[in-house]
Design a protein around this ligand. Structure first.
Ligand code: SAM
Length: 252
């Protein structure tokens, strides 16, 4: 998967995405992530990229020309039929979720635009047909951390990035549940013991215990998620009962 990140601070992107699992996936050629410095595309002799907002108001805005020039350079080598998905990191956007990460992981090429100052000239956002994405209801100084979060969440879903494909299949948010509590050695830590069932070697009981714990945790911490889970579970059980009833009637 290819991800191009347009930013005024490429070093900030590299500091995060050059390390750990994503860094290794880049080195292995599984993820092709590049940070592009928007300032390199300024036509101003002082390499300025910002200006005051029309109509007045506080702060500065990132101007459209360097952003559009940077975008044009990124897409210049692409075959005509390829249209990368463009995201603009923005507190005004839809809040990013695990479901969005899964959808984006199906894309071949993402371009992520990071804002700074008071934001970006609307015409740049419109010209790039960028979808605004927020990482939460708070305001950051720039879009770089948000771009790294999205790249990390999407990147780890790409086959080969995590050591085993199963790693993300039983995690929080799968099936609208949060993950159950996990334990490792030592078995007794300061008098706190690992639950017996996890040491029993009985896989069916372990699965049952984990599901119960996930349900309890989700209902306590995220009642909104739990409602979704419960409705889906009830509908699935009802469908199963109907199928069983139909089978019995046909047999008679
Ligand atoms: N004036 C803007 C507003 O009120 O919506 C906020 C601008 S913010 C100081 C500068 C940049 O940080 C934004 O252009 C955006 O790229 C990024 N940013 C800030 N908060 C964000 C969030 N919650 N999610 C994603 N990006 C964010």
């Amino acid at each position: 998967m290819k991800i191009d990140i347009m930013t005024l601070f490429p070093a900030q992107i590299e500091a995060v995405l050059g390390e750990s699992i994503i860094g290794r996936a880049r080195a292995a050629g599984i993820l092709d992530i590049k940070a592009h410095n928007i300032r390199d595309y300024s036509e101003d002799k002082h390499r300025r990229v910002d200006d005051t907002p029309c109509g007045g108001g506080r702060g500065m805005l990132m101007a459209a020309p360097p952003i559009v020039n940077c975008y044009n350079a990124i897409i210049s080598d692409l075959p005509e039929e390829v249209t990368p998905k463009v995201l603009y990191m923005s507190p005004r956007g839809k809040t990013f979720s695990q479901e969005d990460a899964k959808q984006l992981a199906n894309e071949e090429h993402l371009i992520i635009l990071c804002g700074h100052y008071e934001g970006i000239d609307q015409r740049a956002i419109d010209h790039l047909n960028a979808e605004e994405v927020s990482i939460g209801d708070y305001v950051l100084t720039g879009g770089e951390l948000a771009a790294c979060i999205i790249t990390d969440a999407v990147g780890r879903l790409i086959p080969g990035v995590l050591p085993e494909a199963v790693c993300h299949e039983k995690e929080s948010f799968e099936d609208d549940l949060l993950e159950y509590p996990q334990y490792t050695r030592p078995i007794d830590f300061m008098g706190m013991k690992v639950p017996d069932v996890l040491l029993s070697g009985h896989h069916a009981n372990i699965d049952k215990w984990r599901l119960e714990q996930a349900e309890i945790l989700t209902s306590q911490r995220r009642p909104d998620l739990y409602d979704k889970y419960f409705q889906r579970k009830s509908a699935a059980e009802e469908a199963k009962k109907r199928k069983k009833r139909r089978k019995t009637t046909t047999a008679e």
